[in-house]
Design a protein around this ligand. Structure first.
Ligand code: FMN
Length: 392
């Protein structure tokens, strides 16, 4: 296994490089790529450069306090591991490893509906908070059973993704033929040479039960072939009525993920959500929407502190997290940052990604003169005039 210790790995870009080396192209592009021309994907990260810091000098802070709460759950870190479908394709036991590391670090892990590992196994892997991300694959009938199973397994919160009416147009995935890879055994033949060239990945997949069985989504009534997911999502995309229905049958906290506007943020509040995530799915769905950081002020102004606001997209450094918190987010989700770590080196890689972000956060906050996440506010950043300021 590649070393993820310093000085080999100092930042998330180093983990991305190692992931690229270990994975066949079809799998790496699935993690790394975005929709259409990837404008939103690039903008998500670039927008952080528009915000600069206004540090307080000559301030000695006590040990930095990174603690916060999200939907009532106490967290040691203001970042959460986002739901990532098919993590088991990056590394054997991928979902369990990510959940375990999040729990050890004192933060939450969100398990995607599109997990290839039974949810009970993932829940059992973590001693911390684990929430379940909901797609209504198969409609409400199957979802009813799925939610019963989620509750019985011990998941304490739901994350309902609302930006996936259809799967985004990920051109790299289509060109690489990911559907064939994850759906139909015999048509894997075109990938054989790429797989053989990545023996560490291949050996892991074979040891994990082989390439034919792992890419099934495990729903309440048994596995569903991964290749059928796109069609299933389209047939039963989540709408506000579904949210109302889920609110009636689920008594725990609910987070709505995929909010882009003040209108949807207010609707989420009205429908009884406890938190929302300003998210464009990491630039994988509708290309051409603005960077999430640019949408955050509008949503913060609309919600007026009624529920917790999170943001995700393009976060690769702890300083990005600090900027998001200064703009009014309570916490953030990170997706690719830990997925690169998982793909590079399994559990050790996820742990390294979490440690990089944690150490960055502490250093950035000390240099800013902020002792706790509660002290992070707009007085510590410069927001250019071209940046949206919370227009309604
Ligand atoms: C490979 C991959 C798979 C994803 N799968 C899901 C998913 O199953 N459900 C979901 O709500 N979001 C999914 N997302 C979106 C993430 O939860 C998150 O919104 C996004 O990764 C944030 O952007 P970042 O990767 O730049 O941090 C996925 C993202 C990636 C990169």
């Amino acid at each position: 296994m590649a070393s993820v210790a310093p000085p080999h790995v100092l930042n998330i870009a180093d983990l991305r490089r190692l992931a690229k080396r270990r994975l066949p192209r079809v799998v790496f592009d699935y993690i790394d790529g975005g929709a259409d021309a990837e404008v939103t994907l690039r903008e998500n990260s670039r927008a952080f450069e528009d915000i600069t810091f206004r540090p307080k000098g000559a301030v000695v802070t006590p040990p930095t306090d990174l603690r916060t709460t999200v939907m009532g759950a106490p967290l040691q870190l203001p970042f959460i591991l986002a739901p990532i479908g098919s993590s088991r394709m990056f590394y054997p036991h991928g979902e369990e490893m990510a959940a375990k590391v999040a729990g050890q670090a004192g933060t939450a892990y969100i398990l995607s509906t599109l997990s290839g590992t039974p949810m009970e196994q993932v829940r059992a892997a973590s001693k911390g908070t684990v929430w379940y991300q909901v797609y209504l694959c198969g409609g409400r009938k199957i979802a009813t059973g799925m939610l019963e199973r989620v509750r019985a397994a011990g998941f304490t919160g739901l994350v309902i993704t609302i930006d996936t009416a259809v799967a985004g147009m990920r051109e790299k995935d289509l060109r690489n033929g990911i559907k064939e890879l994850i759906g139909r055994g015999p048509s894997m033949l075109p990938y054989v040479s790429d797989m053989v060239l990545h023996p560490r990945w291949l050996a892991g997949m074979l040891a994990d039960g082989g390439l034919m069985t792992f890419p099934n989504v495990v729903l309440s009534d048994g596995p569903m072939a991964y290749a059928d997911v796109g069609k299933t999502l389209e047939d039963s995309a989540v709408c506000w009525d579904d949210l109302k229905w889920i609110r009636e049958i689920w008594t725990g906290p609910i987070m709505v993920k995929g909010v882009h506007t003040a209108e949807d943020a207010r609707r989420a509040v009205r429908e009884g959500a406890d938190a929302l995530v300003v998210s464009n799915h990491g630039g994988r769905q509708l290309d051409g929407v603005p960077a999430t950081l640019r949408v955050l002020p509008e949503v913060v102004a609309a919600v007026k502190g009624q529920i917790d606001i999170l943001v995700d997209g393009g976060i690769r450094r702890g300083s990005d997290i600090v900027k998001a918190l200064c703009l009014g987010a309570r916490a953030v989700l990170v997706g690719r940052a830990y997925s690169y770590g998982l793909a590079a080196a399994g559990e050790a890689g996820v742990a390294r990604a979490v440690e990089i972000l944690r150490a960055d956060l502490v250093r950035t906050m000390k240099l800013l003169g902020a002792g706790s996440v509660g002290e992070l506010d707009s007085s510590l950043i410069n927001v250019p005039e071209t940046f949206p300021s919370g227009r309604q």
